[in-house]
Write a protein that binds this ligand. Structure first.
Ligand code: AP5
Ligand code: MG
Length: 224
């Protein structure tokens, strides 16, 4: 099962990917998480990427394509993978097609998670994320608060607010999504791969919809 989770910033890609890992035992590949790890380590790539991330802009295609090429060649991707936050531009999608062709592999489903923009701003400005990169669980101060304030339920590590989760940067990220990433819906629709779902409602209901799609169940655009 090779899956792309597509959706604006805060649509729930990471939240759903974490549940899909548990169910299907396949890796989540989040370019955002990989870039944040590089920022934290202070690598040259991380230093360059941070400027783009803090501005709500995309990191240059060649950087993220290189990351994905290396990651997809790892043995744990053989039984399937969940791409979260990649591709984000048509050139990235074209590069992904080439990489997968070289590996004798292909994308099976593109789940496009739809949430309106004001709801995305509310979600992101209230998000708290586990500092432990191996966990990375997301919470929301109102919708999904941790049991103990500021502490991850899963691993007990401190929670933090991402540098790009302030309202000004969130609005720039939304504009970037509309301009650069939304065209991917057309790209993958032309390939017959897009499965649109409404991304509002309980996290479990949305998860069940995705499981239905990847298991070959109901998959029309009605949001059920
Ligand atoms: P990235 O880390 O990919 O961020 P993003 O796409 O902006 O998405 P988010 O991680 O913010 O949101 P999400 O959809 O994962 O939502 P989540 O599940 O956390 O990228 C960050 C930056 O890195 C980019 O801006 C760019 O600079 C760079 N980058 C990354 N990939 C790149 C690429 N391919 N090319 C170029 N640059 C790249 O949920 C959000 C909140 O909502 C949480 O608080 C959660 O608890 C809550 N929530 C989730 N589901 C629900 C629900 N159903 N109801 C209520 N609340 C919910
Ligand atoms: Mg995410």
């Amino acid at each position: 099962m090779n899956l792309i989770l597509l959706g604006g910033p805060g649509a729930g890609k990471g939240t759903q990917a974490k549940k899909l890992i548990d169910k299907f035992q396949i890796p989540q590949i989040s370019t955002g998480d990989i870039l944040r790890a590089a920022v934290k380590e202070g690598t040259e790539m991380g230093r360059k990427a941070k400027e783009f991330m803090d501005a709500g802009k995309l990191v240059p295609d060649e950087v993220v394509i290189g990351i994905i090429k290396d990651r997809l060649a790892q043995p744990d991707c053989k039984k399937g993978f969940i791409l979260d936050g990649f591709p984000r531009t048509v050139p990235q999608a074209e590069a992904l097609d080439k990489v997968l062709m070289g590996l004798g592999n292909k994308i099976d489903h593109v789940v496009s998670i739809d949430v309106d923009e004001e709801a995305l701003v509310t979600r992101l400005t209230g998000r708290r994320t586990c500092k432990n990169a191996a966990c990375g669980q997301m919470f929301h101060i109102k919708f999904t608060p941790s049991k103990k304030e500021g502490v991850c339920d899963k691993c007990g590590t401190e929670l933090y607010q991402r540098d790009d989760d302030n309202e000004a940067t969130v609005r720039n990220r939304l504009a970037t999504y509309n301009q650069a990433t939304a065209p991917l819906i057309g790209y993958y629709t032309a390939k017959g791969l897009v499965r649109p779902i409404a991304g509002v409602g309980s996290i479990d209901d949305i998860f069940n919809k995705i499981v239905g799609i990847v298991s070959g169940g109901h998959s029309c655009a009605c949001g059920r």
